[in-house]
Write a protein that binds this ligand. Structure first.
Ligand SMILES: [Zn+2]
Length: 573
């Protein structure tokens, strides 16, 4: 290790009194001597006051009896440890009616009784050690030349006074697992400044109610939907408005919908099959696979994607040429747009963006009747390709397959199960339906943007299939509408809309939504408050996660009291 403070042996320095006061000064304390030796600064200090107050009778005395020295550790300075030799005077109590004859002068503001640290070092260590484990504390404190053993580190954390909260108005409350599945506690967060204020050992009604009784200034309490907290609040803080958590309400409705889908899975499947069947028939009737069909595919997912790509290319082309006009070099354009220089060169030399080589480049149109015939016979794509090739088709197999898959996406899958489109759509559609798991369907139902790329607007296969399934079922469509409107109501700020929503859905034929409404009616007041007030339990959830982190930081060995202090007092992560 480098020694940055080395000096020659006989070179002891001292600092003049004026500088001492400026560097180390503590009000009421006089530094009267100093020695700098190697990497240690030794200071001599005493209290300035001429008199001291007797702790028993509180009368002042100026009669010094004797003195003794105490050695204190102070905060280190420029890499050197700082020790203070504190001269403590003993005084005689001159009050004849006082039982105390001799007493020591008080130690503050320099230090506490019996402490080996100066007061400012204790404060510093308290703030540091509450953020780290005791082992880390031991190591970090040694780096700052104020080394404390790990057990002292724990003692220092436990010596911190817990703050007292008298002016609380709005809190959030939730449970946390001390040992998952076994013991649970309660965390209480100030919803105004988002700071955790208390950790309770249990989530029992009595303990929570007792805490609430001690803090009777509370007016609003956000909570999750469990009834135990609502009972505790009713008995501990009956005047406080309870606010249900919006996120949990929406999630709760989502769970009910998932349950309904699970129950009605067969019905949904059947309506999907019926829907697909009718679609196939109408396609056949309107002479599907006519050449007119080929041009009218602009709504297909494939074309959406292609248009997207072209649009993106056009944008890129425009931007590159804007910069080119401003005399930017190819290199700087590449840097500015964060793209490859070859791409820049490609567009740079182009005068206008040429349309992408179309999929009609090969003379597919000449063979469309032949292809259609092959399809109606249920031939494999390979067989169709061979027969087309024989008739003089110039393209290669890969481009034919690509073209074919784009224009007959249904047929492509048909080939795999070796069944032509019209003869056995049931097997094919069932396979497709089964590829959509019930959980995935719930995700798509409750989030219509799921599977859509935010950048390109491109839809995933799963998204397209889910939307088809949802649109084929009246039940799913109704549930999606109920879900979306409920979410809007919750965030609308208008409680009356909730009444309207409940009125609309109270006699719905969707069983699980009726039971959800039943649950809501038991907790209506708190849910209306959730619409009316801006607070939510999200911040409490965040602190529960933070608590888990703290628990792990101490390798899960922290006792409840230590954990409580770390959660409430820590200012970081
Ligand atoms: Zn006295």
């Amino acid at each position: 290790m480098n020694d940055y403070t080395s000096q020659t042996k006989d070179n002891n320095f001292s600092i003049n009194k004026h500088s001492l006061q400026a560097i180390f000064g503590i009000p009421g304390v006089e530094f009267y001597n100093s020695v700098i030796r190697d990497n240690l600064i030794l200071l001599s200090a005493r209290l300035k006051a001429k008199t001291a107050k007797c702790p028993s009778c509180e009368k002042r005395s100026k009669s010094v009896h004797s003195s003794y020295m105490r050695k204190l550790t102070d905060l280190s300075s420029s890499g050197r440890a700082v020790k203070i030799i504190f001269k403590v005077r003993k005084f005689r109590c001159r009050n004849s009616s006082c039982t105390q004859t001799i007493f020591s002068e008080q130690h503050l503001p320099l230090t506490q009784r019996y402490s080996r640290l100066t007061e400012r070092t204790t404060h510093y260590l308290q703030r540091l050690l509450v953020e780290v484990s005791a082992r880390k504390g031991e190591y970090i404190s040694s780096l700052f030349s104020i080394k404390q053993s790990s057990s002292t580190c724990l003692r220092i954390v436990k010596s911190i006074e817990m703050p007292d909260y008298n002016e609380l108005t709005t809190i959030g409350i939730d449970d946390w697992a001390y040992r998952k599945g076994k013991t649970y506690g309660t965390i209480i967060v100030n919803a105004i400044n988002h700071r955790p204020i208390e950790l309770l050992k249990s989530r029992d009604k009595e303990e929570v109610a007792d805490w609430l009784k001690d803090h009777n200034s509370i007016l609003y309490i956000t909570r999750d939907r469990s009834s135990s907290y609502s009972n505790a609040i009713e008995s501990g803080a009956p005047k406080a408005a309870q606010i249900a958590d919006r996120f949990h309400l929406v999630k709760n409705l989502g769970d009910h919908i998932a349950h309904e889908i699970r129950l009605e899975y067969k019905t949904i499947k059947n309506s999907w099959l019926a829907h697909r069947k009718s679609l196939c028939q109408s396609n056949e009737n309107s002479s599907s696979l006519s050449s007119g069909d080929l041009e009218d595919k602009s709504d297909s997912p494939y074309h959406k994607h292609t248009n997207c790509v072209n649009h993106r290319k056009q944008e890129l082309f425009n931007r590159i040429h804007e910069l080119k006009k401003l005399n930017y070099s190819q290199r700087s354009i590449a840097k500015a747009l964060n793209i490859n220089r070859n791409t820049v060169r490609y567009y740079f030399e182009m005068e206008e963006l040429l349309p992408r080589a179309t999929i009609y480049y090969n003379n597919y149109g000449d063979f469309i009747d032949l292809i259609k015939k092959g399809c109606s016979q249920g031939l494999s794509v390979r067989t169709i390709f061979v027969s087309v090739k024989k008739q003089g088709f110039k393209g290669n197999q890969t481009s034919f397959y690509q073209w074919f898959n784009r224009h007959f996406p249904e047929y492509q899958s048909k080939k795999r199960i070796l069944a032509p489109l019209s003869s056995s759509p049931v097997v094919y559609e069932t396979t497709r339906f089964n590829s959509m798991s019930h959980n995935r369907l719930v995700i798509h139902l409750t989030n219509s943007e799921w599977g859509v790329s935010k950048e390109t607007g491109e839809c995933s296969k799963s998204h397209i299939l889910a939307e088809e399934i949802i649109n084929s079922s009246l039940l799913l469509k109704n549930m999606r509408e109920a879900y979306n409107t409920f979410r809007e109501v919750l965030y609308s700020g208008d409680e009356l809309k909730l009444d309207q929503w409940l009125e609309k859905y109270k006699s719905t034929n969707i069983k699980r939504i009726r039971s959800f409404i039943n649950g809501i009616n038991h907790d209506l007041e708190a849910i209306k408050n959730a619409i009316k007030y801006p607070w939510s339990n999200g911040v409490v959830e965040g602190h529960v996660n933070r608590l888990k982190n703290k628990k792990r930081e101490m390798y899960g060995r922290a006792g409840f009291e230590l954990l409580r202090r770390k959660v409430v007092l820590s200012n970081s992560g």
